[in-house]
Design a protein around this ligand. Structure first.
Ligand code: ADP
Ligand code: MG
Length: 502
């Protein structure tokens, strides 16, 4: 494969070494489990966490004479993903056998796609930053291809003192292998890439993106070079299923390679494993080449062929993508790019926000989600899926604010109450007498009392009008935060005889 390098070297991302700066080059092969009820070529369930070998059909166990039957839904999911990656959809693609022996691979080969994958070149836009000036930068990472393939089973070495067991539940489950171009230039970019890819998959509903359950895992190819020079020999770190560990493994691996090269050594192309406990990568095996696998078209399966209508129908139904949603939030709701980015970063956050913002002021809703809700969730170590305050409840608080039933200060208290105790915000306000006092008579009385009791402060405020704020604070305090702050301010100024310039 010839690789055209499109990026200009960026000194911000260089790693210093004794013989000058080095640049790290990264390409990722991500395995994403297709969201589907049944496997790629059999009707067995894909449900996670079932007892070993309970989701296994005769096809998955590779009984002699069994024939694979393509699952159309899995093919559609791959095409949807291709569309989400702005990629070329290949109207004709071919399933090949990738031959190798392994105890968890009963067929003796994996059905995959080799020369003719279902999806060709595409792209993922990542945002990296902030830099020292607080700026974010958008970078395009090229997608080489996406192909469909079967997952293997799982060997279990911890069940018996002298024997290994095999669980075939995963055998035959559909995977999308998404191969990036070697366009990634730092561990931060690599983390941003896998995170963005996971977000896109979740928006599309084509993979649940649960790295803990192994639904999304990455092989990370790392090499180093002198900035802008020839690509170096790469090592492939296998089966990474944590964003944080991907970053750590790249940092370690780049420095390991730089140390070897600076001593005049050469890098062996090999497959390595990351040991998170030790924080280092170690050699697993030397890298095999494509010809080792004796690829050939699977004679049991016809090539996949699509017409335009098939692709167009999937395109018409495609879920809104995070970047499009972000643009819409900025364009239609007047949100800042930063706020919109935070809100679309996770589909579950975007869903919450959209439910909240429906029929309400988008900017106010965004502020409450970002500052109050996400802040509280972060502090409590919870995901938005576990939020104690639902979109309906927060919406209730915003409605009370909008109708000026409660003040901004009380709204924050109310949020706390709903967070810890639950309940309907309007009923809580009613039951606990939290309504804002807009009755000027009552506010006037409070203002008069405070002015009468504090002649020294009055003198100060007359000399320096900005000190009138002290009276506003006192009145708010004496009314338990329930007075309408605008009304208090106007009254304080009027009573002190200060000009009301707003
Ligand atoms: P293979 O099929 O042998 O694994 P590919 O050429 O398909 O090799 O590349 C696999 C992955 O390795 C791709 O994600 C690609 O971007 C990445 N890659 C290729 N060359 C390099 C390199 N020199 N440094 C880092 N990554 C690379
Ligand atoms: Mg590969």
């Amino acid at each position: 494969m010839s690789i055209v390098d499109v990026r200009t070297p960026d000194p911000k991302r260089f790693i210093p070494g004794a013989t000058g700066d080095w640049e790290v080059v990264i390409g990722m092969e991500v395995h994403a489990q297709v969201l589907s009820k049944s496997k790629l070529f059999s009707g067995a369930s894909t449900e996670f966490g079932k007892p070993a070998n309970s989701n296994v059909s005769l096809v998955d166990a590779a009984m002699p004479g069994m024939l694979p039957v393509i699952n159309e839904e899995c093919v559609k999911q791959a095409v949807r993903t291709g569309l989400g990656l702005k990629a070329q959809i290949n109207k004709r693609s071919v399933f090949d056998r990738k031959n190798y022996f392994y105890p968890d691979l009963p067929q003796g080969y994996q059905i995959s796609q080799y020369k003719d994958p279902v999806v060709g070149e595409g792209k993922v836009i990542i945002s990296v930053g902030p830099d020292r000036q607080g700026q974010f930068e958008d970078i395009e990472i090229g997608i080489e291809r996406l192909h469909l393939e079967q997952d293997a089973g799982k060997s279990m070495h911890d069940q018996h003192p002298t024997m290994s067991f095999v669980d075939l539940n995963r055998s035959g489950v559909a995977l999308m292998e998404i191969v990036s171009k070697p366009d990634i230039r730092s561990s931060d970019e690599a983390k941003a890439y896998i995170t963005k890819l996971r977000t896109i998959l979740r928006y599309l509903g084509t993979c649940d993106g649960n790295m803990d359950e192994g639904s999304l895992r990455a092989d990370v190819n790392v090499s180093v070079r002198k900035p802008g020079g020839e690509f170096g020999t790469r090592c492939e770190i296998k089966n990474m299923n944590s964003v944080r560990f991907i970053g750590q493994a790249i940092e370690y691996e780049a420095r390991r390679q730089i140390a070897i090269l600076e001593e005049g050594g050469t890098i062996d192309q090999e497959t390595r494993l990351y040991d998170a406990g030790k924080g280092e990568t170690r050699s697993m095996r030397s890298k095999e080449d494509a010809h080792d696998y004796r690829y050939f078209p699977d004679p049991d399966l016809l090539p996949l062929e699509f017409d335009d209508a098939f692709i167009e129908a999937l395109k018409a139904d495609l879920a809104e993508l995070p970047d499009d949603k972000k643009e819409r939030f900025v364009r239609d709701m007047g949100l800042s790019v930063y706020d919109a980015s935070v809100l679309v970063s996770e589909k579950s956050i975007a869903d919450f926000f959209e439910k909240l913002a429906a029929g309400r002021d988008g900017k106010i809703a965004a502020n409450w989600v970002i500052n109050d809700l996400l802040g509280a969730l972060n502090k409590a170590g919870k995901d938005i899926e576990q939020t104690p305050v639902s979109a309906d409840q927060l919406g209730g608080i915003l409605d009370l604010l909008k109708s000026q039933t409660i003040s901004g200060k009380i709204a924050k208290d109310l949020f706390e109450i709903v967070w810890t105790e639950g309940g309907n915000p309007a009923e809580i306000v009613e039951a606990r007498g939290m309504k804002q006092v807009t009755d000027t008579g009552a506010i006037e009385k409070a203002v008069d009392e405070i002015i009468a009791a504090n002649p020294d402060q009055v003198a100060k405020a007359l000399a320096k009008p900005t000190l009138a704020g002290w009276f506003v604070g006192q009145v708010m305090k004496s009314t338990g935060g329930k007075a309408n702050p605008q009304a208090v301010q106007a009254l304080v100024k009027a009573k002190l005889g200060l000009p009301d310039e707003g």
